[in-house]
Design a binder for this molecule. Structure first.
Ligand code: AHR
Length: 325
């Protein structure tokens, strides 16, 4: 019996999500081989965090586990390629769609089509804007507001007399970028001794972040004490720029990042970075649990938070590195 044939009980689900999703009866056919078909509209190559996340999803939804995962990474982060993949999954009648959106806006029509086709959609990591929870089952992700608030709280304790700071942002239009700004500003925004000398996107990239920070240090006469990089790769670029400016990362300029990748923890262990807030990428098991609940007609929360840690010292980084996947 394919997953779709099992979905009939979803009507139970209809009481919660489905009502909002308008799920009335099931039409997908699932795999002829009895495997449950999952369409994964993914981001694709984008750095260490993304690789860890998407590999974990692919390692979870295997044939042995009863699944056929159709992995569709975006072409050069291009949203149109994602919408095309999403559309073909709906036309194909997959059992469930997983979506990690490269852009937050522009998903209403696609999500409504999935709804009409009675295909539950689960958001992974990235959110949509406007955040209409009636258009998807749940979003599984660490809490970006909370993760960046942890960075801000650390900064306030690390700089009791305040600091001139700069923010390296991810790409414009990505939900997590907005959420991380909100969380950070909610704390530092209220601190008059913290002076924002600027912010700029560096597209999650080490190289772009290096050149942005080189310019910032030159134009501010090195009078920048703190850099908040919204991901590890950009933070490592900031370290390079600070060093090439003849300054000492961790002393003259403290750099905090988000993700918790191996390279960043090694840089923290070496005192180059000063704080790393983990954005836990390993949520394959949680996603599997949700998929099974949804297919069994159970209800799930519209937001499921993946727990994440934070590292504020070389020692904490070293112990984390010891057991890292
Ligand atoms: O959406 C999560 C972000 O995307 C990660 O923090 C970043 O490294 C990735 O590219």
């Amino acid at each position: 019996m394919s997953a779709r044939q099992r979905i009939a009980p979803v009507l139970g689900f209809a009481t919660v999500g489905a009502l909002s999703l308008g799920l009335t009866a099931c039409s997908g056919s699932g795999g002829d081989d009895g495997l449950t078909t999952i369409g994964f509209v993914a981001v694709g190559p984008e750095g260490a965090w993304r690789e860890a996340n998407e590999t974990d999803i692919q390692d979870t939804f295997t044939a042995d586990a009863g699944y056929e995962l159709k992995y569709a990474p975006a072409t050069n982060l291009d949203q149109k390629s994602q919408i095309d993949a999403f559309t073909s999954f709906v036309d194909e009648g997959v059992d469930v769609i997983l979506l990690s959106a490269t852009e937050a806006t522009g998903w209403e029509d696609s999500l409504k089509r999935a709804q009409e086709a009675e295909i539950p959609v689960i958001l992974l990591d990235r959110g949509i804007e406007p955040d209409d929870t009636s258009l998807y089952v749940t979003r599984i992700a660490p809490d970006n507001f909370e993760v960046s608030t942890a960075v801000a709280d650390w900064a306030v304790s690390a700089f009791p007399n305040g600091a001139n700071y700069f923010v390296l942002e991810g790409p414009a239009g990505v939900s997590v970028v907005n959420e991380r700004n909100e969380g950070f500003d909610a704390v530092v925004g209220g601190e008059s001794s913290f002076v924002r000398v600027g912010s700029q996107t560096a597209n999650w990239s080490t190289g772009e972040a290096k050149s942005v920070v080189e310019t910032v240090l030159k134009s501010n006469g090195d009078d920048v004490q703190f850099i908040f990089a919204q991901n590890d790769e950009m933070g490592l670029g900031a370290v390079q720029a600070v060093e090439e400016a003849g300054l000492t990362p961790g002393e003259d300029v403290k750099i905090a990042t988000i993700d918790g990748t191996e390279n960043a923890l090694e840089a923290l262990a070496a005192d180059e970075l000063s704080f790393v807030a983990e954005y836990n990428p390993l949520f394959g098991a949680m996603t599997l649990d949700v998929v099974e609940k949804v297919l069994a007609g159970e209800t799930v929360e519209s937001s499921i938070v993946v727990p994440s840690a934070a590292f504020d010292s070389p020692e904490s980084a070293e112990s984390a590195l010891a057991g890292r996947k």
